[in-house]
Design a protein around this ligand. Sequence first.
Ligand SMILES: [Zn+2]
Length: 189
Amino acid sequence: MLHFIFLVTRDDLDTRTGEYQYIQLLSEFYKKWIHDTFSKDIEVQCDQMLVQKQSILRRIDTATLLEDHRKRGQETFHFYLCNFRPLWTDCTCEGYHAENFGMIYWQKPKNQNDISFMAQKNCTAVSHELSHEFLRQKKFKKHAELVHDVWSKHIFGDLPFVQYGKNFEPTTKDPYFMTIDTTDMKVIV
Ligand SMILES: [Zn+2]
């Protein structure tokens, strides 16, 4: 089971429904993407988690989420879409992963209907962390190097992110979802 959890503050709950609708669709998309890329069938679930606004006195961090993951059950892969950046990470995106655990800093679009922004900024980072974890589960030791090598080509080179439409099929225009290029990963799995 892969469980996506969107962290949202009570004040924001009503104004971020566009993002949550997108996340629900994104969860279904990744079920197919994981099947197609890593030959793994996995159930997906998606929820919101109410959190306090980040302040100096009350601050959620990666350790809080790891504890939440432990309490919910470590046999489920929990993936947190967060309102804060991980303080420490080996990753070259604003995300972090551990065994059956993933998180990214979810960037809030100025406009709730800005699918293109969420696809480019958030969806891509999710694919980055999922790649680490599924390659790790396939016992591929150099997953960190491989994922970061491809990621650099996306960010600093001319390798485009892979684009998918609302129907989850590859597309060349108006992408709904964008992911890391997995050509080199498919060779391994
Ligand atoms: Zn990484």
